[in-house]
Design a protein around this ligand. Structure first.
Ligand code: ZN
Length: 190
């Protein structure tokens, strides 16, 4: 057993995934989703649930953000919300009709609502969320017949990569929590 006096190591595990560098020549859905994926990796580096978002307009990135709920201590600091605000500032208009939001996981009720309120032209998400997703997963907010604005929705782009990232994060978090509990038990026994 390891019994020397060194300070306990932090239990946080570094993100084991590498960024993706897509070709700049083809600016398709996979290109922008790769950038959103890289934002998700940034979230992990800050010990946040790894979800990233990018907003593209005319082939250019006008916003890139990742989940910051823990850092900002703000339940509304989801990647999509931050990206929508950034994009509005970048183009000096809150109406994002001509823009596309790329996000690594299906938007929650709050963010799905924000995509409608911002009049986003299109939303592309990687991983569907049957529990909380509101763009087709748990429900389809964008299909409410009384809405004037229609958001086009595409799902499944880079789904496997984004699922693997989230699954690994939560597995590691569970393992870290268990290691911490074991350590506390050991300390109590000493
Ligand atoms: Zn959200």
């Amino acid at each position: 057993m390891h019994t020397d006096d060194e300070a306990p190591r932090p239990l946080r595990t570094d993100c084991p995934f590498a960024p993706i560098y897509p070709s700049q020549l083809v600016r398709d859905d996979a290109f922008f989703m790769a950038l959103a994926y890289n934002q998700a990796l940034e979230a992990w580096k800050h010990d946040e649930v790894p979800i990233g978002a990018v907003i593209a307009l005319d082939g250019m990135v006008v916003a890139a953000a990742h989940n910051r709920v823990e850092t900002a201590r703000d339940a509304t600091a989801h990647a999509e919300m931050l990206a929508i605000t950034q994009a509005a500032n970048a183009i000096d208009d809150w109406r994002l009709n001509r823009a596309t939001l790329y996000v690594t996981k299906e938007p929650c009720p709050m963010c799905s609502g924000a995509t409608v309120m911002a009049r986003l032209g299109r939303v592309v998400y990687a991983l569907p969320d049957p529990k909380m997703g509101c763009l087709g997963g748990a429900m389809a907010l964008h299909e409410l017949p009384q809405l004037n604005h229609r958001v086009q929705v595409t799902s499944g782009v880079m789904q496997d990569e984004c699922r693997a990232l989230l699954q690994a994060f939560f597995e590691i978090k569970r393992a870290e929590a268990k290691a911490q509990a074991d350590r506390e038990k050991l300390n109590d026994a000493l």
